[in-house]
Design a protein around this ligand. Sequence first.
Ligand code: HPA
Ligand SMILES: [Zn+2]
Length: 335
Amino acid sequence: MKEFIQYLPKVELHLHIEGTLEPELMLALAKRNNIDIPFNSIAEVRDAYNFHNLQSFLDIYFQGADVLIKEQDFFELTWAYLLRCQADNVVHTEIFFDPQAHTQRGICFDTVVNGIHRALIKGTTELGISSKLIMCFLRHLDEESAFKTLAQAQDHQDKIIAVGLDSTELGHPAAKFEQVFKQAIKQGFLTVAHAGEEGPASNIHEALRLLHITRIDHGVRCTDDEELVQQLVSERIPLTVCPLSNIKLKVFERMEQHNIVALLRKGVCVTINSDDPAYFGGYMTDNFLAVNQALPMNKTEIAQFTFNAIAASFISKSEKQRLTIVTQRYLEQNN
Ligand code: HPA
Ligand SMILES: [Zn+2]
């Protein structure tokens, strides 16, 4: 089964590019850019990755992002992630970035987006990995800052397909960003949002109703509300679930208690994703393996995660058909 999972075509829909910053690159960039970080070795960095909830992770995540200064830094970060995609047979990826984590430190919006985009283009031409870019607003910041960020994105709308919402869920409701999302939709962006990761099922309802999102990032707390689960099934609203992240941030105590396989079997369009792989101990293949080890599935069920991700992605209909055929063929030949 390990081999089947490793070579299975995969589509990633929930990946924070800042969360792919491996300790090796963090230390190298800190040195190159003369940035003070409270770590002297790779072991010290890894030792700090002991989280008890989302906030304890976010504090370290934003601190890590401080070493990213130049366009080349964002390029190298993204390129390193794409090489991991190649190793995991990720054929398409939709990447989040957090512009405010950088503009707040005086880094130009253009520097961030141009560095990431240059790597994504190279990934398509040299690795054959297609991609989309999603700009997230940090929900712990105010509406005004989000509006400013949306304005900065206007010159880059050819590079950014959607807007999202991440960072601290508790205490920062979707309602705070209703107007920004309304404006973003008017400008032609698609919308997604983190909801129901640490927050209750009602946060998922709110994100759907107020932000008009086409898929929910995390959303695992939906199982507290059976009617909501039925709505997700009947309206085919996808969840981008991040299993290793959920364990590291104590959303579930153990993988055996995770609800992703139960949701799959109920017919919810659930997908497997890596979230912040440098911090949570694994990329796409690792996430698939961890789920299957704790909650064994047959090959058809495992491949269903890829079919779901293709359906939930922002690629064209013809590209969806092409990737579906590739995956069907893989399943038929290896089942
Ligand atoms: O899992 C997450 N949740 C919320 N915000 C985030 N920013 C990076 N990762 C996450
Ligand atoms: Zn996330």
